[in-house]
Design a protein around this ligand. Sequence first.
Ligand SMILES: [Zn+2]
Length: 477
Amino acid sequence: MPVAETTISWVQEQFTSSIVPTLVEYIKIPNKSPMFEPAWRETGHMDKAVELLAGWARKQLPQGATLEVVRLEHEGKPRTPLIYIDIPATGGKPGDTVMLYGHLDKQPEMTGWREGFGPWTPVIEGDKLYGRGGADDGYAIFASLTAINALRRDNIPHARCVILIEACEESGSYDLPAYIDHLSPRIGDLSLVVCLDSGCANYDQLWSTTSLRGLVIGNLEVSLLTEGVHSGDGTGVIAASERVIRQLLDRIDDSHTGVVKLPELATQIPRQRILQAERTAQVLGDEVWNKFPLQDGVEPVTRDNVELILNRTWRPGMAITGADGWPSIGSAGNVLRPTTTLKLSIRIPPRVDPEKAQAAVKAMLEKDPPYGAKVRFEGGTASAGWDAPEIAPWLEQALDAASQRHFGKPAMYMGEGGSIPFMYMLGEKFPKAQFCITGVLGPGSNAHGPNEFLHLPTAKKLTLCVADVLAAHAQQP
Ligand SMILES: [Zn+2]
C-alpha cells in the first residue's frame, strides 16, 4: 500500500516548513570532511552539523524510536561522530532490518561559484537550494526520517529501520568499519539497504544505481634538484620536474585518448550492465555529455553515448586534482623548480581489487625514473567499487510503481562513476541484502564542484519513493 494523497501533501509541507529551513542552516556550516580539514576536532564545525541534524531528527522521531550520536575513539583521539537512529518495526517479517544510509561531512569549497553564491552561502533560486552539502548528502537524514514518518502517518506497516549518518564519507569512510563493528549486534541482519547518496541521470524519474566505481588516490612527487635554479641556467641541462611527471603520467593513461593502460585497473564488463547502458543512452541521448558545463564548441571524448556511459561507470579514469611546488602565476619567476607534486585521483571499475590497483599504479610510477629523478607515489588511499546483486522481483516492481506514481515515468537503472565506499563493505557483510541506491545528484547539481544544488522537487519525490519502497518491503511474500 503506497502513502495516501494527503500524505504526499504533508511531505511537501514538511520540506517547506521544516526541512529546507534546516538545510539552509546546515549549508552555512563549513564541516569539511577530515581529509580536507584535519583540524576538524578543533574547529567544532562537525559537531555543530551533528547537533543541528540530530536536533532536528530528535523532534521528528517516530514513536518508539531512539537516536544516539555515537562517538568512538581511535588511538586516544575521537573518530568522526555518527548519528544512529533505531526505529522499531510496525510490520514486516520478524528480525528483518532496513538500513538507510547517508553522510553529513562535506567536500571542500572549490572555486568557480557564481556571483552571490558560495559553498557556505545558502541561496534558494526557483526549485534549487544552492550550497555545499545540501545534495551531497545533507538531505539524506531528512528524506529517510520523513519517509518513515509518512508511513506512520498512514498506519502503513514497515520493518525495523536503522538510519546511519556518518561524517567521514568524503574521506573514504575510514572511520565507518569501526562503527559497523561496534553497532553490529544492534544493527542485526539487513535485508534491504537504502542509500541516498547517489545520482540520477535526469530529474524525470527514479534512478537506481547498479554499480559504483572505486578510487585510488595518491600524491606523485618528482624532484631533480634540491632547490630551484635560474631557468636560463638550468633548462636544457637538467630535466624539468614537470616534464618528467608528464612522462610518468603517460605510463598510467594515454594522453591522447584518456584510456588507462594498466591491466590491473580494468575489468570485464558484465553483459547485463552493457544492456543497461544501452537503455540509458536511449533515454538520455546527448544529455549523457551535454549536461556538463562545457565551453562553447567543446566535444566529448566520443559521440558514442553507450561508450561514454561505460567509460564513466565500468572503466578507469584519471584526474589531477591538486598540485604543490608551483608558485601562483603572479609570483612565478623564471625558475626551474626543484619539485612537482600532483594529487592523482584514479577511478577504478567495480570488481577491481583496490589494493592491487594501488600497488600497480605505485610500481608503474616509481620504476626506472627518467634521469634518476626522485619519484614517490604516496599518501594514498584505495577503496573498492561495487556491483549490485541481482535485484529481487518485489524491489524491481516497487521501484517501478514508485517512479510511475511520483514521477509519472518508469524506473531506470544505471551505474555511477563516483564512489560510496560503504556499499562495498555492506555488500560483503550482508550478501543477501537488496540495495536501493539512489539520490539527487543529477544534471548540473555539481556535487564536489562549484554551484552545487539540491533539486527540491526531486528530493520530495525521492522521499515519497523511499516510503513506498519501505511499504513494499514490509509486504513482500
Ligand atoms: Zn556523498
